[in-house]
Design a protein around this ligand. Structure first.
Ligand SMILES: Nc1nc2c(ncn2[C@@H]2O[C@H](COP(=O)(O)OP(=O)(O)OP(=O)(O)O)[C@@H](O)[C@H]2O)c(=O)[nH]1
Ligand SMILES: [Mg+2]
Length: 336
């Protein structure tokens, strides 16, 4: 067999959990010799290599593999031994070969795959070498490139609204665990509470901001002011604001920062706000979480889980039109 392998992640500083090993050459023979079931390009799959590790195997092209094993030195030694025992040799790179060519998508692919936060990035990234080889394909539009970038660097979603309307309860429901304290009193959340949330394949940094409302008199006035200022700062940096309200408190009147927003009616079991909203959610205890989706005045309350909210956020962050754009994506260029 003719194949070479090289480690293309930086030398472990003791912190890196995953290493990247690139194999070039007869990839089918390497997969067979490592007893890995076939991986047709372009695909990434989780596989077990007997006596070595369970690892992600990405195959962007017929003659190229990226293996993502755990980065412990013992595991890497086992993997290299396995590769060598099946005939692959360590690549001897000329100095100039070790510097990634910024205009060659294949050189940037391993890094992008290892950094990408969102599951939806994987297939799209693996298909890029094919697209860049087809000279006739046009680039994805600048707008699509900007939103696709969010699949690699997670966007910021900030939930903002009046106090005591269920914002922290929503974060806990989305995360599937208790991340934020919930209580039936305004001002429960004083600081940012954050989590990475997967919105249907698009992973976002989610901040549950302190409630914005009238600052009451009393000993903790300074703390209340500081929390509200934190909330507005987070909103100014957001890619998407979930503008939360409920029937009793309505929505915030004051303008908030951020470029895009989704109006979210919380505690919908207590009634719906009069002002227009995009999605309504109820998390009433003892009942399945319910959401209904509404555009303008038309309401559709047929959805009885968080699916509508998750889908609406996903579509706002990375629209279908960007995901299905068949053009070439310069994913290694931050400003592309
Ligand atoms: N009926 C009903 N109550 C809810 C729902 N979601 C949350 N609650 C209740 O609303 C109250 C406030 O919930 P929180 O999640 O702490 O509200 P918050 O908006 O984070 O409040 P602050 O942190 O003060 O801004 C709690 O008693 C929750 O149990 C819901 O869908 N329906
Ligand atoms: Mg809260």
């Amino acid at each position: 067999m003719t194949a070479t392998y090289s480690i293309c992640s930086p030398p472990s500083s003791g912190n890196a959990a995953i290493a990247i090993v690139e194999v070039r050459g007869d990839a089918d023979a390497v997969l067979r010799a490592l007893r890995i079931t076939p991986v047709p390009p372009p695909r990434a799959v989780l596989r077990s290599v007997p006596d070595v590790d369970t690892l992600v195997v990405a195959r962007p092209a017929a003659d190229r593999l990226f293996l993502f094993p755990h980065a412990g030195p013992a595991i890497l030694r086992r993997l290299f031994r396995a590769l060598e025992s099946c005939g692959a040799t360590p690549a001897t790179l000329a100095m100039e070969d070790t510097t990634p060519n910024p205009d060659d998508p294949r050189d940037a692919l391993a890094q992008a795959l290892s950094r990408a936060a969102s599951p939806l990035a994987i297939d799209l990234l693996l298909d890029q070498p094919r697209r860049w080889a087809e000279k006739s394909l046009a680039p994805v539009s600048p707008e699509h490139a900007r939103t696709l970038r969010r699949l690699i660097d997670p966007p910021l979603v900030v939930a903002l609204g009046p106090p005591n309307i269920g914002k922290s309860s929503l974060l806990n429901a989305l995360a599937g665990r208790t991340v934020a304290i919930v209580a039936d009193q305004p001002g429960t959340t004083r600081d940012h509470v954050g989590a990475l949330i997967d919105f249907g394949g698009v992973v976002a940094r989610y901040i549950d901001a302190p409630g914005i409302g009238t600052v009451g008199a009393g000993g903790d006035r300074d703390i209340q002011e500081a929390s509200q200022s934190l909330a507005t700062k987070a909103a100014a940096a957001a890619d998407l604001i979930l503008l939360c309200g409920d029937r009793q408190a309505g929505f915030l009147e004051a303008p908030v920062g951020g470029s895009d927003r989704l109006r979210l009616a919380l505690r919908a079991d207590l009634g719906l706000p009069e002002a227009p909203f995009d999605v309504a959610v109820s998390l009433r205890a003892g009942q399945p979480p319910a959401t209904s989706y509404r555009t303008d005045a038309a309401s559709d309350s047929s959805r009885l889980d968080l699916t509508s909210l998750v889908a609406a956020v996903r579509e706002r962050l990375v629209p279908d039109a960007a995901l299905t754009d068949a053009g070439r994506w310069a994913f290694w260029k931050r400003d592309a």
